[in-house]
Write a protein that binds this ligand. Structure first.
Ligand code: TXA
Ligand code: MG
Length: 329
């Protein structure tokens, strides 16, 4: 086991938040909890700090970041809102919804954060500590705080396992209550388009603004030139072990990611014994990380996943699992 971490762990109290904000203002990198997953934050207006995020994660520079704001009003200073955006912000902010909108002239966010696009992804996080940080340090650019392509972190311990020594501090906000990333909706073109299913169910969005186009299917996303949102990269959210989906039996050498009553298995993590999709979302990334560590200790070489229904949060869970199961690039 490791000794003392190189990265500072800060308590999510006023002193810890003030310290984290001061680090961000100095151009340093600080991970912090949100209601979805932990983010790796930098001052969004500081190009050098933002470049540090890409370096720490090993993230491709063509994959833009989400900017976090303390309020919708603060976000509107940097993007051009539309009536649909305002209606959605009213209903779902603070919360797990990210809106892609045109950058305003004079937008303070560094171009690198948006990967040079003329649009910007913005969100007001539901977690009060994340909002306090954005209030104290200005817009905070933050992707999920994991190594690029790997499983997103839902505890400070997950962040430390991936990024210890590569970032300055982690604001420990406890386990993330939702456990899946925000829904990403593109409102910058003619028709609203879902770029990533997530914490707000698409059905709830459509109830408010009418039909929403679906982003690329995984098959379409295999052709890189059609990429609208690089978070749609086919292999993503991937544990080290191979993943097999919709398993109704267990094969030799497999550990089990269960949903509902578990199949018999030497090693298993149950997303939700009672088949509750909200509980399953919150336990998904922790389970993938746990199985990745435990399975080899038991001589197992793969992960079989029981079927998950394709409705509500289940759509986002299935999306992440399909990417986890895709061939690695
Ligand atoms: O819940 C979340 O959204 C978390 C927390 C930390 O807020 N953040 C997160 O960030 O998941 P990240 O970087 O892992 O995912 C951001 C997604 C990517 O799929 C990225 O390609 C997409 O948003 N994105 C960002 N800016 C975009 C833009 N201008 N146009 C299209 N897609 C964009
Ligand atoms: Mg991510």
């Amino acid at each position: 086991m490791q000794g003392r971490p190189l990265t500072d762990i800060l308590a999510a109290d006023p002193a810890g938040i003030a310290r984290a904000a001061a680090l961000l203002r100095q151009g340093r990198l600080v991970a912090f909890g949100t209601e979805t997953v932990y983010g790796l934050g930098a001052d969004a207006t500081d190009g050098q700090a933002v470049a540090g995020i890409f370096a720490a994660k090993g993230r491709p520079h063509f994959n833009p970041l989400i900017c976090h704001y303390p309020s919708a009003g603060a976000a509107y200073a940097d993007i051009g809102a539309t009536p649909d955006a305002e209606r959605l912000a009213e209903a779902f902010w603070p919360g797990p919804l990210t809106l892609v909108l045109p950058r305003r002239t004079g937008c303070r966010v560094d171009l690198l954060a948006g990967a040079g696009l003329d649009t910007l992804a913005v969100r007001v996080p539901g977690h009060p500590v994340a909002r306090a940080l954005a209030q104290a340090a200005g817009p905070v650019a933050a992707p999920s705080a994991n190594r690029s392509g790997g499983v997103s972190p839902t505890t400070a311990g997950h962040v430390l396992a991936d990024l210890d020594g590569r970032i300055d501090a982690i604001l420990d906000c406890g386990p993330c209550v939702i456990g899946l990333e925000s829904t990403v909706l593109d409102l910058s073109g003619g028709r609203p388009t879902l770029l990533r299913p997530g914490g707000v169910a698409i059905e709830a969005i459509e109830a408010l603004i009418g039909p929403v186009g679906r982003g690329l299917s995984i098959a379409q996303a295999r052709a890189p030139h059609t990429l609208r949102s690089p978070g749609l990269l086919v292999s993503h959210y991937a544990p080290a072990l191979p993943v097999r989906l919709d398993a109704t039996d267990l094969r030799d050498g497999e550990a089990l990611l269960a949903f509902g009553p578990a199949l018999p298995a030497a090693l298993h993590w149950n997303l939700s014994a009672s088949s509750d999709l909200t509980e399953a979302a919150a336990r998904l990334f922790a389970g993938l990380r746990w199985l990745d560590v435990q399975a080899p200790l038991h001589g197992l070489t793969g992960i079989a996943v029981m079927p998950i229904p394709d409705e509500g949060l289940g759509a986002a869970i299935r999306d992440r699992l399909q990417r986890a199961a895709s061939p690695r690039s």
